[in-house]
Design a protein around this ligand. Structure first.
Ligand code: TRP
Length: 454
């Protein structure tokens, strides 16, 4: 099974790819509504702290495994702990990203559908109720969402089958700068709207009474989700990073980009929400209900500008979703290529079929299959809950325990400090080691329990 692995071209390619995986619906859709529900600026401050003290060490734990073994999740466990139960962690992290991909692709498909509508017809509803019922009708009709889901997955398959360098790296290198430019443009539009200043104030003036234990748990969970932790995508991408790269710097760069994007997205969305006179705690319906309403409302005063921004906005969402989805797709492909000896093309076809089927069932669970319930949830809801609340945190906990308590400390130090040559890394290694061993595991258990009890 000796195959020469393709690697990313250099540091910027690696950071773009990792940031591509991290930056997605979590930044544009989940982060703003969490900020809205959990109290504005105070939440942002806790979030910053969580990213640096908790999620960065977890991210690095995964990256260290991938970078050291230069193998996908399953192969990495086989190498570092051969013949032990850890192989189940390898297997779990092949399966969980594929479950996420199945329903993520449904939402990615909706985004393509909304992009299509913003190009062809635009948004004209005069009240939020009309927008909401249009959204309900769209997601519950069987064929259209299925069509867009197929389109979205086909796009992923095309990029992944082209390979690590000429597919994934190339796509991310174009998309990531584009995404930053787009979201900054949208932010400028949003901040310039009449009545937007209240939204800006909401994001910058902290109300410290809002820092409650549940806000802290929510911030930890959000930083976990946003950085794609716990399901082996960071591990797999890190295995494509050259051996001589500094993994700590790569991790720091990725976290910084992810944070920056979430903040800009917050400033792109909240001011518009306030300008349209909507409550900031609108929840998950934010991008498909609240925003089309805002576009319609602003369109009354400046139709072309508003229509243009609507198109840019949905282009941003579609691309952000793509860059994340291909990272999940790649985990499955890497497994089939490296462990099962399949060609990349064949592996891509198999993963496409599997995720298409599960995704189709998820999509139909908004319409014809809405009566099928698992633990009281629709199939889509169940897949989401299973992965976001359980598999991601469980996988993350096991990765952290593996690196902190099972791997050789000297191997971890060697990997973290580039064989002792990176001076700054040597200086912070002890802090990293402490966070990894004593802070991250109990924190993940807290996230897990909060999800469980919620
Ligand atoms: N981080 C992604 C986002 O912000 C979502 C995500 C969660 C993800 N888990 C993942 C992406 C695993 C890739 C792989 O939208």
């Amino acid at each position: 099974m000796e195959r020469r692995r393709e690697l990313f071209g250099g540091r910027s390619a690696a950071i773009f790819a990792l940031a591509g995986s991290a930056i997605g619906l979590g930044n544009i859709w989940r982060f703003p509504y969490m900020v809205g529900q959990t109290g504005g600026a105070a939440f942002i401050i806790i979030y910053l702290v969580c990213c640096l003290l908790l999620s960065l060490p977890i991210f690095l734990a995964e990256a260290i495994i991938g970078h050291r073994t230069q193998a996908g999740t399953f192969g990495a466990m086989e190498q570092l702990a051969p013949g032990t139960k850890w192989k189940w962690l390898g297997l779990l992290t092949v399966v969980s990203p594929l479950i996420i991909l199945s329903y993520y692709s449904v939402v990615g498909g909706w985004s393509i559908g909304y992009l299509w509508q913003s190009v062809t017809a635009g948004f004209h509803a005069s009240d939020i109720g009309t927008v909401s019922s249009a959204y309900e009708r769209f997601i519950s009709a069987p064929w259209r969402p299925l069509f867009f889901h197929t389109l979205f997955l086909l796009g992923c398959a095309a990029i992944v089958s082209a390979g690590v360098k000429s597919g994934i790296e190339k796509f991310n290198k174009i998309s990531m700068p584009l995404l930053f430019v787009l979201i900054v443009l949208i932010m400028c539009y949003s901040i310039a709207l009449p009545g937007a200043s209240e939204g800006v104030a909401y994001l910058v003036k902290p109300d410290f009474s809002k820092i409650t234990p549940s806000a802290v748990a929510a911030a930890m969970g959000q930083s976990f989700f946003s950085l794609s932790l716990g399901v082996g995508t960071i591990l797999t991408y890190s295995s494509y990073i050259r051996r001589d790269e500094n993994i700590f710097v790569t991790g720091l760069g990725t976290v910084a980009f992810d944070l920056m994007f979430a903040l800009i997205a917050g400033f792109a969305i909240m001011p518009a929400v306030f300008a349209a006179g909507i409550k900031p705690g609108a929840g998950p319906g934010l991008i498909f209900e609240t925003l089309p309403y805002i576009f319609a409302k602003m369109g009354a005063a400046a139709p072309w500008l508003s229509a243009g921004v609507a198109v840019l906005f949905f282009v941003t969402i579609v691309f952000a979703a793509f860059t994340s989805a291909i990272s999940m797709f790649e985990v499955g492909v890497a497994y089939l290529v490296e462990q099962r000896g399949l060609s990349r093309r064949r592996a891509t076809v198999l993963i496409f079929i599997g995720t298409w089927l599960l995704g189709a069932v998820c999509s139909l669970s908004f319409g014809p299959l809405s009566g099928v319930k698992i633990f009281g949830q629709t199939i889509f809801g169940f897949c989401d809950m299973l992965t976001s609340n359980f598999l991601m945190t469980f996988g993350g906990l096991l990765f952290v325990l593996f690196v902190g308590w099972k791997m050789d400390k000297s191997a971890v130090r060697d990997e973290f400090t580039c064989g002792g040559t990176a001076r700054f890394n040597c200086a912070v290694f002890d802090a990293f080691w402490f966070l990894l061993r004593y802070v991250a595991p109990p924190a993940i258990v807290i996230i897990f329990l909060t999800n469980f009890l919620a």
